[in-house]
Design a protein around this ligand. Sequence first.
Ligand code: SF4
Length: 89
Amino acid sequence: MPYVVTEPCIGTKDKACVAVCPVECFYEGEDQLYINPEECIDCGLCVPECPVDAIFADDEVPEKWASFTEKNVSVFSGDAPPQKAVPNS
Ligand code: SF4
């Protein structure tokens, strides 16, 4: 099950997650980061790194943020897919 970035990332985009992901599957959109579900290897390393607790396994996403699971998939097939996220230096 891929991991999903949810609402707390909007306006935060801390990017501590980007630095620890072993497969570099974080992408940066205008308002938030996304995890490419085709690339995520479900290691969970990013979860404790997020200062706003925005990342969940897709079967543990809180109900109020359920729409983010689909958003993390559909954004990659949209008109302006997010670009590969660059870690903070
Ligand atoms: Fe990357 Fe692992 Fe987080 Fe998936 S669960 S986004 S592979 S750090």
